[in-house]
Design a protein around this ligand. Sequence first.
Ligand SMILES: NC(=O)c1ccc[n+]([C@@H]2O[C@H](COP(=O)([O-])OP(=O)(O)OC[C@H]3O[C@@H](n4cnc5c(N)ncnc54)[C@H](O)[C@@H]3O)[C@@H](O)[C@H]2O)c1
Length: 328
Amino acid sequence: MRDPIGVAFVGAGTVAEMHGRGLAAVPDATLVGTYDLDAGKARAIAARFGGRVFDSLDELLADPAIDAVHVLTPVERHAAHAVAALRAGKHVLVEKPVAQTHTEIAELKAEAFRAGRVCMPAHNYIYAPSVRRARRLIEAGNLGKIASLWILYNIYHSPQAAAIYGGVLRAVCTHHAYSLLYLLGRPRRVTAAASRVHDSGAGCEDQAMIVCEMEDGAIANLWSSFAADDPTSDPWTVVYKILGTNGGVSYSWNEAQFTDDGGPAWGMPCYEESFAGEIDYFIRRSLLGGESPLSTLDDAADALSILMAAEQSIFNRDAMTIVRFENR
Ligand SMILES: NC(=O)c1ccc[n+]([C@@H]2O[C@H](COP(=O)([O-])OP(=O)(O)OC[C@H]3O[C@@H](n4cnc5c(N)ncnc54)[C@H](O)[C@@H]3O)[C@@H](O)[C@H]2O)c1
């Protein structure tokens, strides 16, 4: 019997809790340790999920017991931390958005190839069993010709929480963009609108809509909002819906909910299950089984392209102003 895969976390903030829970559910892996600039946060993760606290990134990367590193730092540090881990011979699971530029993603791809190691984007939403089922049904042709895709996200974040995440475009629509790529492929054209309902002080949009025209006539609608929850009888908290000429599929995070003050969506088991599916796939199917991940660095680059096109559309203000009909 082989030793379990040794894992380390770089970054011990909010998302590390979900990685800790996901990793704890994988029997073939163990958390060797955590490094964070804030040692107190690393200690908290070690207390909850085991392993030691490293004093520096170099010390962590020099530990031969570590096979894989989860990069859980802010996006500005992703590429540097992932490249360092790959150069140290570690496999990498890197949080979304993988990077801020295509150059950084290309560098990661080259380093992973050179090192012969897996560098998997942590595109957790597509590892949910229901999303994978949707793709199977689309691929098998069960839904007929796809007409529309809807990914809707309405989870209120206080202005303070929203300020930490920045705007919804990069923070949340990244999930929508890679999910669209996984389900329907690359769009041909993109238009977008964004607005600010609450002022977080960071000057960022807290709502955004991206409309993607697909090659074959389908239209994908990607909506994200930190501005308000949906308390109605058919809530669009997080909903995926794909409609085709022969059928449709939907998936909702409202399947189960409870009150958990830990963080946005922590009381939604679908959210936690997406991390569990992602980490299980990374460890057992990719690292131990040799299978390619469902999420790739090419997807990360295409997702970034979608977001940049959306940002350009918003910047250009290419929406038409309504002409008022005066003769009433
Ligand atoms: N997949 C998801 O659903 C999901 C959800 C939340 C966040 N995220 C992503 O996870 C990443 C982290 O987000 P978060 O919410 O945990 O943020 P956070 O601010 O709560 O945590 C980031 C941690 O990184 C540490 N850090 C910063 N610079 C560092 C450095 N140079 N070396 C070591 N540690 C450093 C900070 O001290 C902090 O503890 C972001 O990229 C974010 O987009 C993904």
